[in-house]
Design a protein around this ligand. Structure first.
Ligand code: ACO
Length: 362
């Protein structure tokens, strides 16, 4: 048995390929560095969904339809009562998505892509005692998310940075949440059920729950000079350094560089906290050195979550919302995998090895 199903192949996919030795991510035949340079969120969604739905998906058309759908799903924000507003944002978002109808058609897909983009900013505003901002259907998905979050039109650099983030994390092989989505799809339960299961898998700290704790770690480190000592003590306590390590990558996660690149225009135009960036660079260098020293047999490098934390912080998302933003971007990957599974796969039903007690002889 392979603990954690490491190296077990559980699906064939045309959606994305993660090469952990080379540090390369390919999404539908396009390498991540090229995709992130050229594609918007809508382009990437159309690319991932191509041929998997009951009608063709064209990026421009998707932008218009998603805009309209954001306006439609905004009505569901009214269901966010006080108890729901008190939940962590990703849980509140999941609770609102659970109220949406299940299905496998194009309308369901549009609803599932639009809903998290609307629910997360609305919940964040409600938590601060502010009125949710209604969507602007003519904006792109990224621009509208930021407009709904901050109640003003975002800068060009901010929109590009969020687009780069959503593209970068759109799909990533058979990670835990995508596997969860495929398991549900294999029972034909419907895409809303797949997305709900995937969000539940994503929120754990070993998966998409890591970027908030990355900022907590930077705060705890405090100053560049203290980085090495603080990290050493954390490892002594048996803690893991958040934003480092990966099941597949044995080298640097290519998504970390895509996001580092996406931060540059924000840095150049003064739209970031420069002290935070300098501290993060120092922590990254110190962590790489100390992990090499302490874990010489296990190559541990920076993963996507480290730069996610810096980018989403620069875009003014509160840290407790980072997992929810991850879900906004990854939903299209979950849906594409669920459709691929439903169209081409069988019911997923592995076996277990019984190691419990045997029945007593009578
Ligand atoms: N800090 C310190 N040590 C680490 C780290 C880390 N971040 N990651 C792995 N290790 C060590 C483990 O302690 C273990 O050491 P040991 O053999 O001496 O006990 C060894 O490396 C192997 O660890 P595993 O848990 O077997 O590795 P696995 O492939 O299961 O874990 C994971 C991958 C969960 C991402 C891990 O690296 C980790 O916990 N990282 C920190 C959390 C994080 O950043 N998560 C986001 C991942 S990216 C994503 O999901 C979108």
């Amino acid at each position: 048995m392979k603990n954690g199903l490491e190296d077990v192949v559980a699906a064939e996919t045309r959606l994305s390929d993660v090469d952990g030795e080379a540090g390369r991510l390919v999404i539908r035949g396009v390498s991540l560095d090229r995709l992130v340079e050229r594609a918007t969120y809508e382009d990437t969604a159309a690319l991932l969904l191509e041929g998997l739905l009951d009608r063709p998906v064209i990026a421009d058309d998707l932008k218009t339809r998603l805009g309209r759908m954001r306006a439609e799903v905004f009505a569901h924000v009214q269901a966010a009562d006080e108890a729901l507003q008190e939940l962590p944002p990703v849980d509140g978002m999941r609770a609102l998505i659970a109220r949406l109808p299940d299905g496998e058609d194009f309308e369901t897909v549009l609803r599932l892509l639009a809903a998290p983009a609307v629910f997360l900013p609305a919940l964040l505003r409600l938590q601060k005692g502010e009125t949710p901002v209604a969507p602007s259907p003519s904006l792109s998905q990224s621009a509208d998310i930021l407009a709904m979050l901050n109640a003003n039109l975002p800068s060009r650099e901010q929109v590009s940075a969020l687009d780069a983030y959503l593209v970068t994390i759109s799909d990533h092989g058979l990670n835990a949440s995508t596997f969860a989505s495929r398991v549900i799809a294999s029972t034909r339960a419907g895409l809303t059920s797949s997305v709900l299961a995937a969000i539940s898998a994503l929120k754990g700290p070993l998966h998409g729950g890591a970027p908030g704790p990355v900022l907590d770690m930077l705060d705890a480190v405090g100053t560049e000079a203290d980085a090495k000592t603080w990290l050493g003590h954390a490892l002594d306590r048996g803690e893991r350094l958040m934003g480092f390590g990966h099941r597949i990558y044995r080298v640097r996660d290519p998504r970390a560089d895509a996001l580092k690149g996406a931060l540059k225009p924000l840095i150049a135009t003064g739209q970031v906290d420069h002290d935070r960036i300098r501290l993060a660079e120092a922590v990254e260098q110190a962590a790489l050195a100390i992990l090499r020293e302490r874990k010489p047999d296990r190559p541990l490098d920076v993963n996507v979550e480290f730069y996610t934390a810096l980018l989403l912080d620069a875009l003014k998302f509160p840290r407790e919302a980072f997992t929810g933003v991850f879900a906004i971007g990854r939903t299209v990957g979950w849906i594409a995998h669920a459709r691929e599974q439903a169209l081409e796969g069988r019911l997923i039903r592995p076996r277990s090895v019984y190691v419990g007690p045997l029945p007593q002889a009578a």
